[in-house]
Design a protein around this ligand. Structure first.
Ligand code: PMP
Length: 419
């Protein structure tokens, strides 16, 4: 085998040949961190990794064996572009937990919900089209919208999620400017990165506004079943069949399977299947069949309870550490999911501070990663899903040292250098 390396490669050689949309592909803040955070001495509060250690591996082995014995060669064959019929039926039951009534006809299995986002964006977005997105928004969605050269218009959120008044203002303003708004993207439950949940009373208002203005709603819900105590309000999709709903097995089972799903409005579903077939022929039958067997034979609801317990304990550790080491900072208090969203003292830039934090052996994701317009400098995201509660506390203590030092320096400058 030859040992090929990229040393000496001229990476600019095909620059003029790339499609214009390829120029928007750059290393995201989150991706750039992966190399650093894999060092064992760094406490990473950065990447949103599910705690897969809490999933007994025998369950995976059993699902594999059952899949091979019941489906045989079909489990490793190409399959239909829409995905496995049996799994789609099981997904129907999963979505019913959030109040959604659906038909297997309208469900399309995808390679993670990331792929669902990509397919839908490919179907709907032309250059300069507007995507309304809650601010802050999931970094992976921002990357896709940018790739399709859409204009991302953030709509303000608060502790109850997206603000209907702000949405109304944005729609009115953009329409007056003659802009084409293609869809509203939101993560209604335990949002990435803010951790907030869209209040039940706001859901109907938002749907009503979008319906009146002919705007599709894209509801991305990978965290909804990971509530700590109280179930989330019913899905937006349960109130309106024109919502495109995205779900995933990444957080309630494991992301390595790369299996997600889209519940599409009937008018869109066929196009979506065609787009999927054109892009990847079919989603992985191997993964789908294992998940189907897992859902058939394992106590998957009990497993989700286990995950909930793990994440609740970690959220408590993170909030306790915030109260102890950074009591003056404002943070969200999530009722589920993986994330805390923190506001820094005035004058501190989370992106500029990151190298100093890494030097102190703690990593986080700067707020700027979650806005398409470069704002969010005064925010940062802490992900508590993966490190142990003890390490979360160590990480937040280290973070406090960095923030406190920055604050002291700013105070000293403000006083003209006199202590
Ligand atoms: N949407 C949101 C809000 C996410 O946080 C993630 C992953 N972190 C995804 C979609 C993509 O998940 P997957 O492709 O693994 O299903």
């Amino acid at each position: 085998m030859t040992n090929s390396t990229s040393k000496g490669t001229n990476f600019d050689i095909w620059l003029d040949s790339y499609a214009s949309r390829a120029h928007s592909l750059s290393v995201s803040e989150v991706r750039a961190l992966f190399a650093v955070v894999s060092r064992p001495e760094v406490v990473s509060l950065a990447g949103g990794m599910p705690y897969v250690h809490a999933l007994p591996k025998e369950l995976i082995t059993e699902a594999f064996e059952k899949s091979m014995s019941t489906r045989g060669d079909l489990a490793i064959q190409y399959s239909g572009g829409q995905g496995d019929l049996k799994l789609r039926d099981q997904v129907r039951e999963l979505m019913a937990l959030e109040g959604i009534k659906s038909s297997v006809e309208d469900i399309v299995m995808t390679t993670g919900s990331q792929h669902g986002l990509e397919l839908i964006s490919g179907l709907f977005l032309d250059k300069d089209d507007v995507v309304l997105a809650e601010g802050p928004s999931y970094v992976g969605a921002i990357g896709i919208f940018r790739h399709y050269e859409a204009h991302i218009e953030h709509v303000e959120t608060d502790h109850d999620g997206l603000q209907p008044e702000a949405l109304k203002e944005a729609i009115t303003r953009l329409k007056a400017q003659g802009r084409k708004i293609k869809f509203l993207y939101l993560v209604p439950n335990f949002a990435n990165p803010s951790g907030v949940t869209l209040a039940a009373k706001r859901r109907a208002k938002i749907l009503d506004l979008c319906r009146k203005n002919g705007i599709l709603v894209l509801e991305d819900n990978p965290y909804g079943l990971l509530y700590f105590d109280k179930k989330v309000p019913d899905a937006l999709r349960s109130m309106d069949d024109n919502v495109i709903y995205l779900g995933s097995f990444s957080k309630i089972l494991a992301p390595g399977f790369r299996v997600g799903y889209v519940l599409a409005p009937p008018a869109i579903r066929e196009k979506l299947v065609l787009a999927q077939e054109s892009a990847i022929l079919c989603p992985s039958m191997f993964s789908q069949s294992m998940i189907s067997e897992y859902l058939d034979s394992a106590d998957w609801q009990g497993q989700i309870d286990t995950f909930r317990g793990v994440y609740r304990e970690r959220k408590d550790a993170a909030l306790e550490a915030m109260a102890e080491y950074l009591p003056k900072l404002s943070t969200t208090h999530p009722d589920g999911g993986f994330y805390l969203w923190i506001t820094l003292p005035e004058g501190i830039d989370s992106k500029a501070m990151l190298p100093l934090a890494v030097k102190e052996l703690v990593a986080y994701t700067p707020g700027t990663a979650f806005y398409g317009d470069g704002t969010g400098q005064d925010k940062l995201r802490i992900c508590y899903s993966f490190p142990t509660p003890e390490n979360i506390k160590v990480g937040i203590k280290r973070l406090a040292n960095v923030i406190n030092l920055q604050t002291e320096l700013l105070d000293t400058f403000a006083k003209g250098g006199k202590k």
